[in-house]
Each structure stands twice: as structure tokens, then as C-alpha cells.
Write a protein that binds this ligand. Sequence first.
Ligand code: OAD
Length: 250
Amino acid sequence: MTASTEIEIPDLLVQNLRAANHVAVLTGAGISAESGVPTFREAQTGLWAQYDPQELATPQAFRRNPKLVWEWYAWRRELVGRATPNPGHAALVELAAVVPKFTLITQNVDGLHQRAGSENVVCLHGNIAETKCYDHNHLVPHWPESDRVPPICPICGSLLRPNVVWFGENLPVAALNTAVAAAESCDLFFTIGTSALVQPAASLPLRAAERGATVVEVNPQPTPLTRFADFALTGPAGQVLPALLDRLRV
Ligand code: OAD
């Protein structure tokens, strides 16, 4: 017996999925947990249990101590660079191939969906592999070597920072618009591996539900969203999603 066959997938969900025209998926840190990437809010292992987001993930923190913030993100960049996509990421690549329309929205900055082969990923919180400048948002793939930490923008001379959304910053407008449009037009909305606590991402499944979509949650733990979900699949995404794909194939 494989791990995935132990997960119970309701027949009605399989029927809904077969009939769906547009499937939208929102992912959070939990989908990358089985790749060894830490989540944020889990009690012992979450990043925010060990580090203070106000010291590391706000524009004020960067202005106060740019070196600390740069080095913390450099550590995380290296960590996700070493991680590899897991069966949960792979199952979403497969799902995209079998439904008429598919929109993958992620809060993750780790790039693992893209590395698994997902296309047109809607990145709500940026991408940790990218670097931009603080003053003008110039995206900077390379910069001259120097001892300065953080390095400076070769275009305008301001400090470089990761291209991620910090607390208090706006989400990229185009990505948010695409995500909202998908939530409002899909038939089936999956929320996978997210605590559903950070806005505006957390409101996407509710918008989908309001427009009549079936909402499916995949998470080993209950979240504030669970009571609104039509189906709550309790388990790790790396097992639940392959099990769902197995059911679709038969
Ligand atoms: P959280 O750390 O808040 O939530 C992770 C969720 O994943 C929890 O509900 C876990 O129960 C669940 N989980 C853990 N392992 C899982 C697994 N194997 N399969 C499925 N689910 C699993 O992370 P997010 O909801 O992604 O923002 O956090 C949202 C945002 O808050 C992040 O994008 C980040 C953070 O501050 C920014 O960096 C802007």
C-alpha cells in the first residue's frame, strides 16, 4: 500500500473535479513543508516562532538594520535553493494538465511550483530568488561585487533587497487582480497548506465560495477556513494531492 492510498477522497469531490471548467488553487507554506522548507506559524518549527517578523519582514526593519534583513533572506534563499519539489507540487502540475482551465496562486516565495513544472504561477508575495532595489523597485539580476551588505543597485545606487512582499507593503497589483478574477470565476477552489490568516490571500477562498464555487481545503490541521470548506481533506499535501490524482485517473 502506498502512502497516498491511505487518504480518503470523497466520490462527490472526484465528480466535481471531473465536471469543473476552471480550477483555482491557492497554496501556502504547508505545500513546501515536505520539501523541508519551514512554514511560518507552526508552534515549534515555524519561522515566526523563532524569529520576529517585525525585525525581519517589514520596510521599517530593513531601514533599521538592512544587513540583518539581507542576511536572513540570503539564508532562506540558500535553504529553498537546496530544497526540491515534492509530490504535492508535482500533483498540481498533473492536475493543470487534466482540467480545462487552471490557475495556480501561491503565497510562497520559494519557486518550488515553478521548479516542479507549473506554468503561469501567480505569485502574491514575490519570489525570494529575485532582487530589487529599495528606492525604485528596479529588478536587478546582477550587481557588481563589493563588500557592501546589502549590495547597492547598479542603476540608482539604493540598497538591494529581496523581491518579496513585507508586512505593510502592497501585493503586486497584476497578481492580485488575476487571483481575485480566478477566485470569482472558478468552479472549484483548493486552499492548500495555508493557515488562512494573512490577508488578502485568506479572503480568496471566501470570495470563491460566495460566487458558488466548491471550496476544498487540504491541510493536516483545521484553520479558520475549515468551517467554510465544502471538503476538508485532512493530511499532508504530498499525500492528499497524489491520492486525488490517483482517483481522477481511474
Ligand atoms: P503558515 O505557516 O501560516 O501556515 C502553514 C499551514 O500549512 C498550516 O496551516 C499548517 O497546518 C499547514 N501544513 C503544514 N504541513 C503541511 C503539509 N505537509 N501539507 C499541507 N499543509 C501543511 O503559512 P502561510 O499560510 O503560507 O508572508 O502564511 C501566509 C504568509 O504569512 C506567508 O506567505 C508569509 C507569512 O508571513 C510573507 O512572507 C509576506
